[in-house]
Design a protein around this ligand. Structure first.
Ligand code: CA2
Length: 148
């Protein structure tokens, strides 16, 4: 039997605070609730999901490096590092699998500093503004890209 495609889903700084503050922007779901739904959706799609969160840029870089040659798809909500991190961009450049950049909020409807992403140039696609449902859509997108 063929092994399931390996998907790494990374969450950046402060996303562990979801559901505790700023519900008008980020919704009321906690990251643990989103993770639970992601695992159920991954099972339905036949994907093996590794869901992680870190507040540390270097740890995210290491996880991306470690995904090289191991993961079949990477989904990343890099949080505020989206707008600051050349290190994440450089790490993502190493990967040759589909990369989906993900945001809960519509970053283009927010402050100007959120309109620029260092990582978009190496993303296969970008999903934003759809709250926690965006995580399911990102997995749908990876599945479709791998099937095509
Ligand atoms: O919309 C997104 O998913 C973001 O990646 C979230 C980041 C933000 O810096 C990006 O511009 C867009 C912030 C995550 C912080 O999450 C919090 C959740 C609850 C309370 C405080 C922060």
């Amino acid at each position: 039997m063929a092994t399931e495609p390996q998907i790494l889903l990374l969450n950046g700084p402060n996303l562990n605070m979801l559901g505790q503050r700023e519900p008008a922007i980020y919704g009321t779901d906690t990251l643990a609730e989103i993770e639970q739904r992601c695992h159920a959706h991954a099972d339905a799609l036949g994907l093996a999901l590794n869901f992680k969160q870190s507040n540390h840029e270097g740890e995210l870089v290491t996880w991306i490096q470690d995904a090289n040659g191991v993961c079949d798809g990477l989904i990343i909500n890099a949080g505020a590092y989206t707008h600051t991190s050349i290190a994440l961009l450089d790490a993502l450049t190493l990967l040759d699998c589909p990369i989906i950049e993900l945001h809960l909020s519509n970053v283009f409807a927010r402050e100007k500093f959120r309109h620029h992403s260092y990582i978009s140039p190496v993303a296969t696609g970008v999903i934003c503004g759809l709250g926690g449902h965006g995580y399911m859509l990102a997995m749908d997108a990876v599945k479709r890209l791998l099937d095509d």
